[in-house]
Write a protein that binds this ligand. Sequence first.
Ligand code: NAP
Length: 279
Amino acid sequence: MAVRIDGKALAAKVKDQVREEAAQLPRRPGLAVILVGDDPASQVYVRGKEKDCAACGIESFEHRLPAETAQEDLLALVRELNADSAVDGILVQLPLPGHLNGEQVINAIVPDKDVDCFHPFNVGRMAIGEPVFLPCTPAGVLEMLREYDIPIRGKRCVVLGRSNIVGKPMAMLLTQRDGTVTICHSRTEDLAEITREADILVSAVGRTKFVTAEMVKDGAVVIDVAMNRDDHGKLCGDVDFAPVERKASYITPVPGGVGPMTRALLMRNILTAARNHQS
Ligand code: NAP
């Protein structure tokens, strides 16, 4: 039976550290959050981030804009926040309404305030191993592996998914930590054959019960990044949890696994930005 990796407890520990370190800075770190429109899921995420900020002693500045906001107005707000010395991090809640160009908005954020690590400059720095920030979800996964003393060096790592925010950076960071990494996607052939070789299997596909016990090697470490809804509307991951838990050595639950760590690592990135701005 696998050890359940307790993302909630670990996240609380990270946030405690952030709070302690933030309190020692001359000025409270600040996060500006931009929310365009009234997507209910986005509102929940933004509320969660504001709660985390409050718990960590980070000031949060909320900017709610109507769904019909023009691209130029959104860019003007980003430029204003770029120049605001009370703001250390800028976060644009995605997805944006369809008429807006999210890429252009992300690229308008100055890289030293890009606490999500989505800006091409920060992605490039991460790729060459000189990161300022790490993207929060893959960074949260690394932190979990580290806290549970799970070695990456020399291990076969398989990442399911190749998105810019999860799959690609996850694979890059595992490679930098000396894992031997395979990235799989929707065009991968013989997927189960590949996943069965994994010592560390990270799934970020977005399909309920996608990873079955037959796809997992005995004793593998299984990290479930996904946040899906099952037929009853309950939050779940990609992994068919009960049978995979019996086979794996470590496993992350959903909820209570990668999700809270993602939020905690965002707080750490804001602290890093604040430190850089105040040093
Ligand atoms: P995404 O952009 O939709 O990417 C999904 C990836 O899965 C794509 O690369 C896709 O391949 C691949 N895929 C789809 N069907 C597949 C199949 N049959 N076999 C193998 N690969 C397949 O999603 P994302 O933004 O990376 O997010 C993935 C999941 O993680 C979602 O459930 C999301 O909600 C969750 N998430 C969680 C957190 C957190 O904090 N826990 C953070 C971010 C995202 P192609 O590239 O070929 O289409």
